[in-house]
Design a protein around this ligand. Structure first.
Ligand code: BEZ
Length: 238
């Protein structure tokens, strides 16, 4: 009897520690580092990825339909992420052996008329919840044991530049993830440039509210400025 009360208390204690510390890191803050087992061996994040961009994806659960579709879409777009100098890291709180079986199952599928695809990015096992806690991936009102669907964009200086959360019921949009990544990279290359709503690669960008003289000093020779209002100036890059 005493033993079962002890174990019940231990379980309650560990569950309450999952439910704590779900603080989401701030945009602009350093990406929390971690060492963990993955389907590609032990990874030291973000150190192993040097000055690449990194996107960390948290998943609720292996062998679930929405998560499976997301992993496949990421794998099919691996080349695009390579071209964007971006490393993908996927994680969930499930165990490594389950990650391996899920990966093998996914790699054998014909998905939406496309041939089977290799999953080259690591799937990390966060069984201790250390990563989930550090990144605020457990949202108690959704689940106290499984991660929310999170996307963390991390720049070459290892700062978190954007965070997206999706509910369990809605799969992430990989095109929107790439669009956001390209917009972030555009701003990283020149922090005077920001991107408007619905911006796509190649579209005009926005520049800060500045005088004509300052505009000439922005160092975009030959660029065309289009003033919608004094507080909204587009720039067509040459
Ligand atoms: C899914 O990925 O399909 C899923 C995950 C957690 C809860 C519900 C659905």
């Amino acid at each position: 009897m005493k033993t079962s009360i002890f174990f019940a208390l231990c379980i309650l204690f560990s569950m309450s520690s999952w439910s704590q510390d779900t603080k989401v890191p701030q945009i602009g803050s350093k990406a929390p580092s971690f060492t963990a087992l993955s389907t590609n061996g032990t990874i030291h994040f973000p150190k192993d990825y040097g000055r690449s961009w990194k996107i960390l994806f948290s998943h609720p659960k292996d062998f679930t339909p929405v998560c499976s579709s997301e992993i496949l879409e990421l794998a099919y777009d691996q080349k695009d992420f390579d071209e964007l100098n971006t490393k993908l890291v996927v994680m969930s709180t499930d165990v490594l052996s389950l990650h391996f079986s899920w990966k093998t199952a996914l790699e054998s599928l014909d998905y939406k008329g496309r041939p089977p695809v290799k999953i080259n990015f690591p799937i990390v096992a966060d069984t201790s919840y250390a990563i989930s806690r550090a990144y605020g991936m457990i949202h108690n009102s959704e689940s106290t044991t499984h991660n929310i669907r999170g996307v963390y964009f991390i720049d070459p200086d290892n700062r978190i530049r954007s965070i997206m959360f999706y509910p369990n019921e809605v799969g992430r949009n990989v095109e929107e993830i790439k669009r956001t990544l390209i917009a972030l990279q555009t701003n990283y290359a020149d922090n005077k440039i920001v991107t408007p709503a619905n911006w796509e690669k190649g579209d005009d960008v926005l520049i800060p509210v500045i005088s004509q003289v300052e505009r000439e000093n922005l160092n975009h020779p030959g660029s065309i400025y289009k003033e919608v209002a004094w507080f909204m100036v587009f720039m067509q890059k040459k």
